[in-house]
Design a protein around this ligand. Structure first.
Ligand code: GDP
Ligand code: IMO
Ligand code: MG
Length: 428
């Protein structure tokens, strides 16, 4: 019996898609537990690049089952588009894709509200993906959301949208001067996608528990990252779900005692999209170099990602919070050309060392990173598959990060493709 959670350790885009696709080979089921199509998980194999937003990254392995859990929020149009893309490319998912009957649906007024709030000068801009994620989770918690079990029931669908419509219409009109489409139009839009969903929707929590009882291996796919978690991240500059490992229990209905391991994914440097504090952010040529060499542009929105040095305070926080005992390190090759590399080993605030991750953003924003400097290796590591073949300085860098994090790094990624990977220890 094995249930693994794969979780991002920074602010998202750590390379989870690549790692999950790779680990899926050893799993039976891959299950997404939170987030929505704000995520963008890139998978590259056989010379082709795929970006998934909602469907689990295990879908490209033909015999694996993929679950979209109750903790995910689903935009029916976005899911339909992704399903069509897979079908067109020849990846069959019938009988393999299961959607929880308890997941919440993103409705047009959620998307409009997200975008209007972000554009409104009176509101604090989070830099969201504008996909309606926050408002959908708000409605879920306020108990006025539309769940998949009701979405596939035409009369329930109409009733739920109708019961919310007048309130949403007034709010959007009064706050932003925005006209919500007619009720019938919204209902028809949703009904148009309903048919496509019906055969995939079911009780995924009991399915997963049965799979666990049969001794199957379950890989729980996290989206976003630890620092974007609504409880533990840089609130309010976070997403609206629990992206940390605990989210896998609530977002899939898996009992906590059944989770066997949390595996972290971390980049050899740090990036962040959107607003919010980022202690090791670089505003100089090094930042520019990381962005260019790492192709750091969002997989979902195309926005340039903010880049900075590796932050071991963030890394250790993620290790502790998620109970990570194995770390996968990605994008080491992106550092190839740097003459020098910095690692933040601690923060100082008002001249004093800070213990742990400050809760207060005001404090975090004033924290000064304490750096240790490492020499670069200035030669290509791209695609290297054996740890011994890495330049000495690259090996030392990886080993130092292992020491800073206090956990083993059995997997080092040297390129975006499946094969561009060093396995130097057991992961699962
Ligand atoms: P995710 O959201 O965590 O799945 O990450 P994204 O897919 O949004 O962003 C990671 C990007 O880095 C993608 O373009 C990947 O193809 C790419 N990538 C992943 N691992 C590596 C690596 O080791 N080296 C390089 N150069 N690129 C990588
Ligand atoms: P993956 O799974 C990086 C960020 C947004 C914004 C904040 C809130 O690919 O790692 P939201 O639309 O969720 O309300 O936006 O969270 N964000 C991500 N950043 N990777 C992601 O997903 C992200 N999903 C959301 O940029 O700062
Ligand atoms: Mg991404």
């Amino acid at each position: 019996m094995s249930v693994f959670v794969v979780v991002g350790m920074q602010w998202g885009d750590e390379g989870k898609g690549k790692i999950i696709d790779l680990l899926t080979e050893q799993a039976d089921v891959v299950a997404r537990y939170q987030g929505g199509h704000n995520a963008g998980h890139t998978i590259i194999f056989d010379g082709n690049k795929y970006i998934l937003h909602l469907i689990p990254s295990g879908i490209f392995r033909a015999d694996k089952k993929c679950v979209i859990g109750n903790g995910v929020v689903i935009d029916p149009a976005a899911l339909a588009e992704e399903m069509q893309m897979l079908k067109k490319l020849g990846f069959d998912y019938d009988g393999r894709l299961l959607i929880s009957d308890r997941a919440n649906i993103i409705l047009p007024y959620h998307r409009i509200s997200d975008q209007q709030k972000e554009g409104d000068s009176g509101s604090r801009k989070i830099g969201t993906t504008g996909r309606g994620i926050g408002p959908t989770y708000s409605d879920k918690i306020a108990r006025v959301g539309l769940r998949t079990c009701d979405f596939i029931d035409a009369s329930q669908l109409q009733e739920t949208i109708k019961s919310n419509y007048e309130e949403k219409k007034k709010i959007l009109k009064n706050l932003y001067g925005e006209n919500l489409p007619d009720l019938c139009e919204i209902v028809d839009q949703m009904l148009a996608h309903r048919e496509m969903f019906v055969k995939y929707v079911g009780n995924t929590q009991s399915f997963l528990r049965d799979q666990i009882a049969e001794g199957k291996k379950i890989l729980c796919e996290g989206a976003q990252g630890t620092m974007l978690d609504v409880d533990h991240g840089t609130y309010p500059f976070v997403t609206s779900s629990n992206s940390t490992a605990g989210g896998a229990c609530t977002g899939l209905g898996i009992p906590p005692g059944k989770i066997t391991r949390a595996i972290g994914v971390i980049k050899a440097y740090t990036t962040r999209v959107g607003e919010g504090p980022f202690p090791t952010e670089l505003h100089d040529g090094y930042g520019e170099q990381l962005r260019n060499d790492g192709a750091e542009f969002g997989s979902t929105t195309g926005r340039p990602r903010r880049c900075g040095w590796f932050d071991a305070v963030v890394g250790r926080y993620a290790v502790e919070l998620n109970g990570i005992d194995k770390v996968t390190l990605t994008k080491v090759d992106v550092l190839d050309q740097l003459d020098t590399i910095h690692v933040c080993t601690g923060y100082r605030h008002n001249g004093k060392a800070v213990a742990g991750m400050p809760a207060s953003l005001a404090v975090l924003e004033q924290c000064e990173p304490v750096y240790t400097e490492y020499p670069g290796w200035q030669q290509s590591t791209s695609g290297i598959r054996s740890f011994e073949k890495l330049p000495d300085n690259a090996r030392r860098y990886v080993d130092s990060l292992q020491d800073h994090l206090g956990v083993e790094i059995p997997l080092v990624s040297t390129g975006p493709g499946r094969e561009e990977t060093i396995m130097r220890g057991e992961l699962l």
